[in-house]
Design a protein around this ligand. Structure first.
Ligand code: DAU
Length: 388
């Protein structure tokens, strides 16, 4: 390894960790301060046409862009040096919204991945940003109930070469899958196996020491043509490196498809502790359950059944909203019923008897043309006009 001369700033950035060896004798270790890397490139093909104009990571769930949840978790874990891997398509929008990370007291460095050639390829693209630091790798479309802070604390306490996060799932074939021995050590990891040897899926958070870069440099593309982080972890295991696991207790969601987004919206709306009402609700309206209403919003002759989140400057007239529905800023809904749906900023919905299980992009207009439509399930990208 080349000798690294540390600047005063870098030296200050080091943190002292006290850990114990197997004989419980106290040893002092100096560790580089942990960085975080959020992966937010990729094409989001399973969410087209929505992702043609809005990166997957900016789709709002419970009225907050998905990537904000990652930023909050990382901030809570005490990491303030964050890299975000973007693509040429996702970069400009993500930079506009996340900016320099000031709102999370963080410093954000953007890294461009020229092509979505896999998670390990994205880490390779961020090599200069990561330098020789240990780092938390966070898949930007993943959401976690458990606190990532606990995972980071576990890594700092145990000092393994890598730590993977696992969750028991009914069907693990769509994920990386781990086999763990009776001592809780990871024995083997395989990406999307046809015949999984366990039901332990790799969830989208990992912590690595800088040793992972050498493993990544030896990778070959997988069957699906990607440089898989799972294969890099398998290489670490084969080299006899210490790969720990942390099993999640709470929910974990990978917001890759429409159903996943609606589920994430439901689960996160459940956590609304409301009511938090900053807008106006007239005397003919009724509200029940947990409700958030942003400032400048007017609710007129309508029924809101929580959990519901309505952002700022919306107009809801003669309508029924909820449960499990979020409405973005500036939404106008007149004479309609919307349930279990994500409606994004500036959408206009008029005279629709029942919109359910829907995701409606920014500034979409939905109007009734036919005499009778009972139930409508809509998945519409930005600026669409839908006549039912
Ligand atoms: O969600 C957990 C799963 O994530 C793990 O169980 C798998 O082992 C892991 O490979 C990964 O599988 P996916 O197929 O779900 O990964 P996906 O292509 O959805 O990408 C995950 C995130 O990484 C997403 O935010 C986009 C970003 N990404 C993806 C690729 C392929 C990049 O930034 N660059 C890329 O090249």
């Amino acid at each position: 390894m080349p000798t690294k001369h540390l600047s005063i700033l870098e030296v200050k950035a080091h943190i002292e960790l006290v850990s114990y060896n197997s004989n419980s004798a106290k040893i002092q270790r100096r560790c580089y301060k942990l960085k975080a890397l959020i992966l937010a490139a990729g094409k989001g093909t399973r969410l087209k046409p929505l992702t043609d104009t809005l990166p997957k990571h900016l789709i709002p769930v419970a009225n907050k862009p998905i990537i904000f949840y990652a930023m909050e978790q990382i901030h809570e874990a005490g990491i303030d040096d964050i890299g975000i891997v973007v693509s040429t398509e996702s970069g400009p929008e993500i930079k506009k919204v996340v900016s320099d990370g000031f709102r999370w007291n963080a410093r954000v460095t953007y890294v461009l991945q020229s092509e979505p050639l896999g998670l390990a390829h994205a880490v390779m693209a961020a090599r200069e940003f990561l330098a020789d630091s240990s780092f938390l790798l966070f898949l930007g479309d993943n959401l976690f109930r458990d606190r990532v802070k606990n995972i980071v604390d576990e890594f700092n306490t145990c000092s393994p070469d890598a730590l993977v996060v696992l969750k028991e799932v009914a069907d693990p074939r769509a994920f990386g899958v781990a086999e763990v021995n009776t001592l809780g050590k990871v024995q083997c990891v395989v990406e999307k196996p046809k015949e999984p040897k366990s039901n332990l899926a790799l969830a989208g958070v990992y912590v690595f020491t800088a040793g992972v870069h050498e493993a990544i440099s030896k990778l070959k593309p997988s069957r699906r043509g990607e440089y898989e982080i799972t294969d890099a972890i398998q290489k670490l295991i084969e080299q006899g490196k210490d790969v720990h696991c942390h099993t999640l207790k709470g929910w974990w969601l990978d917001a890759g498809k429409k159903e996943d987004l609606l589920k994430a919206n439901r689960v996160l709306l459940e956590e609304v502790t409301g009511p938090a009402i900053y807008g106006d609700v007239d005397f003919k309206s009724s509200i029940s359950g947990n409700i958030e209403i942003g400032s400048g919003t007017k609710i007129v002759n309508s029924t809101l059944s929580g959990p519901v989140s309505i952002a700022e400057n919306c107009h809801i007239i003669d309508s029924r909203i909820g449960p499990y529905t979020s409405l973005g800023p500036g939404t106008i809904i007149t004479d309609a019923f919307v349930e279990n749906s994500i409606i994004m900023a500036g959408a206009h919905i008029t005279s629709i008897p029942h919109i359910v299980d829907s995701i409606i992009g920014r500034n979409v207009e939905v109007v009734l043309k036919a005499a009778r439509v009972e139930k409508s399930e809509i998945f519409a990208g930005d600026y669409a006009r839908i006549e039912l």
